[in-house]
Design a protein around this ligand. Structure first.
Ligand code: SF4
Length: 180
């Protein structure tokens, strides 16, 4: 068993990115809750985990309740400042990687600004990485966002067609949070 579980909690997503990694992955092993407790670190991903944010909040709390002491990270591409579970989730994980995709709309820009303001207002101690698709890095004004120190890191993301290698120390698994 590897150190880190990269856990797909849902395959559903409200975006349709060209060459989404999930179109190319096959045979992802399904795990049960008890299996997750065996890892040192958990990366929650999808699909879009925020589509089932209340369930993800509950999962994080359940892990902590069962004495899971490892880091818990969240990969997401959306944030709704009016949704209690979105805010709670950002507070409750050890850090996030937020991706700003190439097919963005004005709503995506406002969501990114809302999240940046939320991080800045919260005094959260985690790690907050912003990945911006390098194809649109120059299109949008990140001035408001770069000036705010709460993002730990802002990077350009090079979109590789269908190539989404899982890092060496990670295991890609599926935990069906929608079925529970
Ligand atoms: S946001 Fe992620 S999961 Fe959703 S379509 Fe894009 S690459 Fe796929």
């Amino acid at each position: 068993m590897k150190k880190t579980a990269r856990v797909i909690v849902t395959y559903r997503c409200d975006r349709e990115c060209e060459n989404c990694c999930n179109e190319h992955i096959r045979n992802v092993p399904e795990v049960q809750f008890e299996d997750l407790l065996e890892y040192d670190e958990i990366v929650i991903t999808g699909g879009e985990p925020m589509l089932i944010a209340p369930r993800v909040v509950e999962l994080v709390h359940r892990l902590r309740d069962r004495r899971f002491r490892g880091m818990i990270w969240l990969y997401t591409a959306t944030f709704n400042a009016d949704h209690w579970a979105h805010k709670m989730l950002i507070r409750d994980v050890d850090g996030i990687t937020y991706t700003f995709h190439a097919d963005y709309t004005n709503r995506d820009i406002s969501r990114l600004k809302d999240l940046t303001e939320f991080l800045n207002s919260g005094g959260f101690p985690g790690s907050y990485r912003l990945m911006v698709d390098s194809r649109v890095m120059r299109d949008i004004s990140l001035q408001d966002i770069k000036g705010i120190r709460k993002w730990t890191d802002i990077k350009g993301l090079v979109w590789k067609d269908g190539a989404c290698p899982v890092p060496e120390h990670e295991e890609l698994v599926f935990y069906d949070l929608e079925r529970e």
